[in-house]
Design a binder for this molecule. Structure first.
Ligand SMILES: [Zn+2]
Length: 396
């Protein structure tokens, strides 16, 4: 049997079963429970299955940690990691997967949840196919089913890397086409800005007030004029920035004393991203000092920033890329590399010393009610994942 062949009917059934389980971010326990059950049926021992307790370290309270499966094999050769995330966006809760021609969709008005249950099912298929061939014939591998990807890569961020161990090459199966290899991704940072002014009656004594709306308007106009919002290009350096949320104000007759804003900045260059954040901070602080009432009093700016993920880029000759290209060539497709302008779990894996390339599994229209899975692409992703942990067999 060639090292990438899989039982396609079983692989599709496995996807249908896993994608029907409700499991938004923080509620992955049922998904993990089913995966564990299927692993045990395939002969994986309890001692090879572990949870890392990441849900106690994430921003929200979850009911399940990252699920880690160790496949010791014969202990020789490069050690490989396969990864996918178990959570879906909320629109996928209630998905009823049905096959329609060459695709799977949900018969309910929900998303399908192929992002990323197709990734989970593909790497689960790879484990099951490897067990069927006899685990001890293969080099060592480890598989991580991650939590809370959709709310800011929280599972990957809080992964207990000691439970993963050293890996030589790593593959993250997420949304998109099979042949597109994401070999790097942008870094992103989120800011919250809380402005405090001085309330006053807008008709009786407006001169006594300090308006936070005026402070925010000045800061945003200044950033916009100097090119630090939207597409940010300064000399050779590029990035983006956006003020996406402004909340505050209750009445037209009050000088608005409180305003809450949320903003973000991104760049492939982390020093430049930090510079964008610093420009935004300075603009708000400057505006807060400049807007004064008749007594010369001004408001305050409380600025907080949180790195969502750092940028990374793997070189073309990296073992993860070379192996992924070879596995994709073997199923008759031609791989190409791309650098993503959004964050992926691989950003955090990289911070933990795990240098992963990300591949899709045939998902289409993710995060919408018209999400689809292209069945042939998904089966190919299963074959690619299988060959990644079953090539290099000691007996042919
Ligand atoms: Zn995803």
């Amino acid at each position: 049997m060639s090292d990438h062949e899989v039982n396609a009917d079983e692989a599709l059934d496995r996807f249908m079963q896993i994608t029907a389980i409700p499991g938004r971010s923080g509620d992955e326990a049922k998904v993990a429970g089913t995966i564990v059950e299927l692993l045990k049926q395939a002969g994986v021992q309890d001692s090879q299955i572990e949870f890392d307790g990441a849900e106690k370290r994430t921003r929200i309270d979850g009911n399940c940690g990252n699920l880690i499966v160790t496949l010791p094999g014969n202990g020789e050769g490069p050690r490989t990691l396969l990864s996918a995330h178990m959570d879906t966006v909320p629109i996928c809760v209630g998905s009823q997967p049905v096959v329609e021609g060459t695709q799977v969709r949900s018969s309910e008005p929900t998303g399908l949840g192929a992002d990323d249950r197709a990734g989970c099912a593909a790497i689960l298929t790879a484990i099951i196919e490897r067990c069927r061939r006899g685990d001890e014939h293969f080099p060592p591998a480890v598989v991580s089913f991650l939590i809370q990807e959709e709310i800011g890569l929280e599972g990957a961020r809080h992964l207990d890397v000691n439970k993963i161990g050293k890996v030589d090459r790593a593959f993250n199966f997420d949304g998109g086409t099979v042949e597109k290899l994401t070999s790097g991704a942008i870094g992103g940072e989120r800011m919250t800005i809380d402005l405090t002014g001085i309330p006053a009656h807008a008709g009786v004594a407006p001169e006594q007030g300090v308006s936070t709306i005026v402070i925010a308007s000045r800061a945003i106009a200044d950033l916009h004029e100097r090119g630090w919002l939207g597409r940010v290009v300064q000399g050779e350096q590029t990035g983006s920035a956006n003020v996406g949320v402004i909340q505050g104000g209750e009445a037209t007759n009050v000088i608005t004393p409180n305003l809450h804003l949320k903003a973000e900045a991104r760049s492939h260059d982390s020093a430049f991203r930090q510079q964008i954040v610093s420009e935004i901070r300075q603009a708000f602080e400057k505006a807060a000092a400049a807007v004064q009432n008749e007594a010369g009093e001004c408001g305050q700016c409380k600025f907080e920033s949180h790195v969502d993920y750092e940028s990374f880029a793997l070189p073309e000759d990296h073992p993860s890329i070379v192996t992924a290209k070879a596995a994709i060539a073997k199923i008759g497709r031609q791989a190409f590399c791309e650098v993503s302008n959004g964050g992926v779990d691989a950003n955090w894996l990289f911070r933990h010393g795990i240098e992963a390339v990300t591949l899709g599994c045939g998902q289409r229209n993710i995060h919408t009610a018209d999400e689809r899975l292209e069945i042939a692409d998904y089966i190919d992703a299963c074959r690619v994942a299988t060959s990644m942990i079953t090539d290099g067999a000691t007996d042919g």
